[in-house]
Design a binder for this molecule. Structure first.
Ligand code: HEC
Length: 152
């Protein structure tokens, strides 16, 4: 069991907690619609294509997201423009980050990044993206989208 790193990294989590959404038309509507259930920090560092954001928004509607059609359209447009794959995102180190930091850094839920951390503790550091994809139940698509921002 290699979980020696976890305790120390717990103390480093606070600083990365308050990233905001980039300015632009639709930002306020996005904050309104997308922070009803979880913080916007769950997706500020996520990067997707237009189709990727559209299907994520549909997923959130299935989770119960409320909003007028117009607002939902505005949000999808905002996300596709401001959090597109061509917008650089901060780097994330998958061997040194806590579950919380990984959630913000990779734009996936903390329930999932906890599985990544457990896997890392049991199997040692990740060497490359293929190693990451071995984590049971991992969603490859958001990680693939951030391939160039991931450090090992
Ligand atoms: C009605 C509640 C609700 C609203 C509103 C909502 N979400 Fe979510 N969101 C969820 C739930 C539930 C999850 C799943 C959390 C988990 O898997 O632990 C989630 C997860 C996510 C994830 C992580 C997905 C993953 O694959 O790990 C992202 C990114 C996300 N939401 C983005 C958004 C965006 C963008 C909006 C606004 C368009 C939004 N959410 C609005 C409920 C909501």
């Amino acid at each position: 069991m290699k979980f020696f790193g976890a305790v120390f990294f717990f103390t480093l989590t606070a600083a990365a907690d308050k990233p905001g959404l980039p300015d632009g038309p639709g930002k306020q509507t996005t904050e309104k619609l997308c922070s009803a259930c979880h913080g916007v920090n769950i997706f500020v560092n996520r990067r997707e294509s237009r189709d990727g954001w559209n299907s994520l928004v549909e997923e959130m509607i299935r989770h119960g997201m409320q909003g007028e059609d117009e607002e939902v359209g505005e949000v999808s447009t905002y996300l596709a423009k401001h959090l597109s794959r061509s917008t650089p995102a901060p780097r994330v180190n998958v061997n040194q980050s806590t579950a919380r930091e990984l959630a913000v850094g990779l734009g996936i839920a903390e329930s999932k990044t906890r599985v990544i951390v457990k896997y890392r503790e049991a199997n040692g550091n990740f060497k490359n993206i293929e190693d990451l994809f071995k984590v049971p139940g991992i969603e490859t698509q958001p990680i693939e989208a951030k391939r160039n921002e991931i450090d090992y």
